[in-house]
Design a protein around this ligand. Structure first.
Ligand code: ADP
Ligand code: MG
Length: 407
C-alpha cells in the first residue's frame, strides 16, 4: 500500500505500469533486482519510489550527464531533493554538495560510474553509506553490448567496499539472456529477482517460412500489402539491390538503403520513405535506427538475421501506430551459411555463433512464435497467442484433422 501512496502523492500517477510494482516490492524487500523493461516503460520510477522510502541516500549510477540532469530536474520539480554530481562542478561546489549530502540534504544523488573510482568520493561514501544503489542503463557493463563502459565493471568493487551492503538494483531495456547474465555477474548481484515485462507487441502478426523461391514468396507477400508501407530487410548489399530491383520491376515504388550508398543517397531514401513518397524500403540492418514511422504495415525479412534480438528489433518497426501489422521471416540453409561466415568475422565469434544458433533454433521450432520470442527475452510466457503462423498453422492442421474425422 505504501508504494502506491508514494506513487500518487509524490509523483502524481494513478497506477503502476507493468513491472514497476514487482520491481519496487523486490527492492524494498531487500532482494537484489534486475528489471528489464522497454524504453519508455518507466524504469526510473522503479528506483525513485524505493529511494523515497529509505532512511538514507540513494546513489543512482548513470552513464550520461544529460540523462542525469533530466531526471534530477524532474525530481526537483516534484520537490524531491535530488542532485547530480557533475564533473564540470567547481571544486568548491563539489565539496559543498558532498557536505550537504552528508547532512541528509538529498534523497537521490546521481553519479557517473567514473566518479566511483575517485578516492575522495569513495571516502565520502564509506562515511555516508547509501541505503540503496541503483544502476541505470546496466547493459553498459556487458562487453558484448554496443554501449560497453569499462567503468561499469568497477561498480561491483565500489558496492562491495561499502560498510553495509545497500539495496542493489539494475535497470536496462536490453533483454537478451547473454547481456542479462553479464549484468548479474558484472555487477556482483546476489540472486537477483529478474523482472522482464512489456516486450509483447500484440498487434504484430509473426510468420516464418522457408520458401523454395524467395522472390516468388516476396512478391506473393507484397501482393497482399499493395499500397501499404513496409520494409524488406536483407543481410547483404547485394540482396538489398536485388530486392529493390525486383520490387521496382513489379511496379512497387521502392527505395533502398545500405552502406554502399553515399550519405546523401541514404538520407534521401530515408526521407522519401518517412514522408510516404515511396512505400517500400529495401534495406540492410543499417536502416531503421531512430526511424520512428507509425504506419509501417509490414516488415519482411528476406534473409534470416544474425540474432533473435536483431530480428525482433527490426520486426518491431512495424505497427508502431498500434494497427495490425505483419512480420514475415524467410530463412534457408544459405542464410545460415552466410550468417556463420559473418559471425566468424566478428570480434567475438563464439558469441556471434551462439546468437546465430539461437536464431536458427527459432526458425526450426514449431509452435507459437510469440511465446518463443518472449521466452527468449525472459518473459514468463507459455501457450498460444493465436496471432502468429505457429498458432494459425496449427489451427489449420487441426481443422484439417477435424475435416477428415467429421467429413
Ligand atoms: P525508461 O527509463 O524505462 O525508458 P522513464 O523512466 O524515462 O522510462 O519513463 C518514461 C515516462 O513514463 C516518463 O515520462 C515517466 O514520468 C512516465 N511514467 C513512468 N511511470 C509511470 C506511471 N506509473 N504512470 C504514468 N506515467 C509514468
Ligand atoms: Mg531510463
Amino acid at each position: 500500500m505504501e508504494t502506491e501512496k508514494v506513487l500518487q502523492e509524490r509523483f502524481g500517477y494513478g497506477s503502476f505500469r507493468p513491472g514497476q510494482k514487482e520491481a519496487i516490492e523486490a527492492i524494498s524487500g531487500g532482494r537484489d533486482c534486475l528489471a528489464v523493461l522497454p524504453t519508455g516503460a518507466g524504469k526510473s520510477l522503479c528506483f525513485q519510489v524505493p529511494a523515497l522510502m529509505q532512511e538514507k541516500m540513494t546513489f543512482v549510477i548513470s552513464p550520461l550527464i544529460s540523462l542525469m540532469e533530466d531526471q534530477t530536474a524532474h525530481l526537483r520539480q516534484r520537490c524531491i531533493p535530488a542532485l547530480c554530481l557533475d564533473s564540470s562542478m567547481s571544486r568548491r561546489t563539489y565539496n559543498r554538495t558532498l557536505y550537504e549530502a552528508s547532512r541528509g540534504a538529498y534523497k537521490l544523488l546521481y553519479v557517473s560510474p567514473e566518479r566511483l573510482q575517485n578516492e575522495g568520493f569513495i571516502r565520502f561514501a564509506q562515511k555516508n553509506p547509501p541505503s540503496f544503489v541503483a544502476v541505470d542503463e546496466a547493459h553498459c557493463v556487458s562487453q558484448w553490448g554496443h554501449d560497453f563502459r569499462p567503468s561499469y565493471l568497477r561498480i561491483r568493487n565500489f558496492v562491495e567496499a561499502l560498510p553495509q551492503r545497500p539495496l542493489y538494483a539494475a535497470f536496462t531495456a536490453t533483454a537478451t539472456p547473454a547481456v542479462r547474465q553479464d549484468i548479474i555477474t558484472g555487477l556482483g548481484m546476489d540472486d537477483p529477482l529478474v523482472i522482464v515485462r512489456g516486450f509483447d507487441r500484440p498487434n504484430l502478426f509473426f510468420a516464418k517460412q522457408s520458401p523454395a523461391d524467395k522472390d516468388r514468396a516476396l512478391l506473393g507477400e507484397m501482393e497482399t500489402q499493395r499500397g501499404k508501407s513496409g520494409i524488406v530487410y536483407c543481410s547483404t548489399r547485394r540482396d538489398t539491390e536485388h530486392c529493390f530491383r525486383l520490387l521496382r520491376r513489379h511496379g512497387y515504388d521502392a527505395a533502398r538503403y545500405h552502406g554502399g550508398l553515399t550519405a546523401g543517397e541514404r538520407s534521401a531514401a530515408q526521407d522519401a520513405f518517412i514522408r510516404d513518397r515511396v512505400r517500400v524500403m529495401a534495406a540492410t540492418s543499417a536502416f531503421g535506427m531512430g526511424v520512428d514511422k507509425g504506419n509501417v504495415s509490414f516488415v519482411i525479412h528476406y534473409n534470416m538475421p544474425l540474432s533473435l534480438e536483431e530480428y525482433y528489433q527490426e520486426a518491431g518497426r512495424a505497427g508502431r501506430n498500434g494497427d495490425e501489422a505483419r512480420c514475415v521471416l524467410f530463412y534457408c540453409n544459405e542464410d545460415l551459411a552466410t550468417g556463420k561466415a559473418l559471425a566468424r568475422r566478428q570480434e567475438k565469434p563464439e558469441r556471434a555463433e551462439r546468437l546465430l544458433a539461437e536464431m536458427w533454433e527459432y526458425c526450426r521450432q514449431e509452435g507459437c512464435l510469440r511465446s518463443y520470442i518472449l521466452r527468449y527475452f525472459g518473459e514468463d510466457r507459455t501457450g498460444e497467442c493465436g496471432n502468429c503462423s505457429g498458432c494459425s498453422g496449427r489451427n489449420r492442421w487441426r481443422r484439417f484433422i477435424n475435416f477428415l474425422r467429421n467429413g
